[in-house]
Design a protein around this ligand. Structure first.
Ligand code: LLP
Length: 436
């Protein structure tokens, strides 16, 4: 039996259950490909993060990195759990606004925020603007002047820490497009500019070392580095940081060879490292903020697909093709990401073969799984790919003009459509006829 599925997730028909709902029935009711979230799992992870801060008796915020999955329903769920949220675009900000999410609990990130985006953020009184570069300091000053407003800001620095993860999702190394460089003195220069502007209320500093990180050392390193910078700023500028934001990036288990700590254990180690470093200085203990995305929604998500065609070539691993693929989950093609997949109507069935799970897109690289042990499958069977909740739907595309899937929330045996399936009409909604 797949180790990621617990006995409690199998119902009396032997089917996989998600949030107490039968996965096969969900597939039939809503169609496939379908993205399904187990809401309880999302709530529990946010609560586990909060608990670890409370146990350590520090001020904190858990800010959900909404790029992992952004839709009105998830902002509402995060709000109900008392979380903050990070946005990185006008689109995410707009979605949070539509959700009724309190704007004072939003942090706005990005390495090239436009003037329009900054105007939108300031007009809506977004709680924190994460200043990334000199151009942004100038733009934001102009926007604040124009609107006669003030804003809370934090400064993103590049901590000079290379995390062991796929290079496309590393962000903390010196040679990175994000944040102010420390070694060259850019961060100090930026701080002087921010402190000199009475419209900017400088709240603290931020770093994010990357995503899907398993090693504690990287997080402890960033904690240490941020306290060092805070102490340096206190000595040089008599500036006391109120908040240290260590970003997100806590790795999750996708396949059986992944053995990450529980996400809250990473956070426990970070809090302890910050406390230890602060004790060596005369700084007051700052609030600690985290920005987890993947660890909140990743393990709670499932992609359901229906099996269609199959190709067997003697001596080669068979291709079992499903009705989705790189349009609803680009991660295998883009990052060689791996997932486990089970047969939804019998996740406990012993495997009889190793197959490739192929998508339906016109591209050889559209393989969702290069090697999956599965029982015998036939057209019409429902496959459930596990742990797909982060950066799956949020990176979905309409490649080949395939509509994007629907998204369903499940909890305590109830299911609810939270993002409709795109229709064919949606696909041409923006098209304009060519007048020749
Ligand atoms: N904070 C900042 C500033 C970030 O840039 C990110 C992710 C996060 C927090 C959340 O990281 P998480 O806890 O989700 O690892 N598309 C890639 C991941 C890109 C992550 C970008 N930044 C993937 O599918 O693996």
């Amino acid at each position: 039996m797949n180790e990621q599925i617990t006995a409690a997730q199998i119902n009396d028909k032997g089917h996989l259950m998600i949030g107490g709902c039968d996965a096969v029935e969900l597939a039939h009711q809503y169609g496939t490909p379908l993205v399904v979230y187990d809401v309880t799992q999302i709530r529990n992870q946010i609560r586990a993060f909060k608990r670890v801060f409370e146990e350590n008796k520090v001020d904190y915020e858990v800010s959900y990195a909404s790029k992992a999955f952004a839709a009105i329903a998830i902002y509402q769920l995060v709000q109900a759990e008392g979380g903050h949220a990070d946005v990185v675009s006008a689109g995410e900000m707009y979605t949070a606004l539509q959700a009724g999410f309190p704007m004072e609990n939003i942090s706005f990130h990005g390495n090239n925020k436009s003037r329009e985006e900054l105007l939108m953020a300031v007009k809506n009184h977004v709680g924190m603007i994460m200043v990334d570069n000199f151009y942004e300091i100038t733009l934001l000053s102009e926007v604040l002047e124009e609107l006669d407003e003030t804003a809370n800001v934090m400064m993103r620095i590049t901590p000079g820490i290379s995390a062991h993860t796929n290079k496309y999702i590393q962000t903390g190394q010196v040679d990175s497009k994000f944040g102010f460089d420390l070694q060259s003195g850019q961060a100090d220069e930026a701080l002087a500019k921010i402190l000199a502007n009475p419209r900017m209320h400088m709240k603290g500093l931020h770093a994010h070392i990357g995503s899907q990180i398993f090693e504690l050392a990287g997080f402890e390193g960033v904690a240490k580095k941020l306290v060092e910078v805070a102490a340096h700023w206190q000595a040089k500028f008599a500036y006391q940081a109120e908040i240290i934001n260590v970003g997100g990036g806590f790795g999750i288990r996708y396949v059986k060879d992944d053995h990450p700590l529980a996400p809250e254990q990473f956070v426990d180690a970070i809090i302890k490292a910050i406390k230890k470093e602060i004790a060596k200085t005369s700084l007051k203990m700052p609030a600690i903020w985290i920005e987890p995305g993947r660890s909140i929604v990743g393990p709670a998500g499932y992609n359901l697909y229906t099996v269609g065609s199959r190709k067997d070539v003697p001596g080669l691993k068979p291709y079992v093709t499903v009705d989705g693929g790189m349009g609803d989950n680009i991660r295998p093609a883009l990052y060689q990401a791996q997932y486990e997949t089970v047969l939804a109507n019998d996740p406990q069935a012993p495997a009889v073969e190793h197959v490739r799970i192929a998508g339906k897109y016109c591209e050889s690289g559209d393989i969702l799984s290069e090697d999956q042990a599965l029982p015998a499958t036939k057209p019409g069977d429902v496959l459930a790919m596990l742990d797909t909740g982060a950066y799956g739907y949020s990176m979905a595309s309409n490649y080949n003009r395939n509509p994007r899937p629907a998204v369903v929330f499940t909890e305590n045996g109830q299911s609810q459509l939270v993002v409709k399936r795109e229709s064919l009409a949606d696909l041409t909604r923006l098209d304009q006829p060519y007048r020749q």
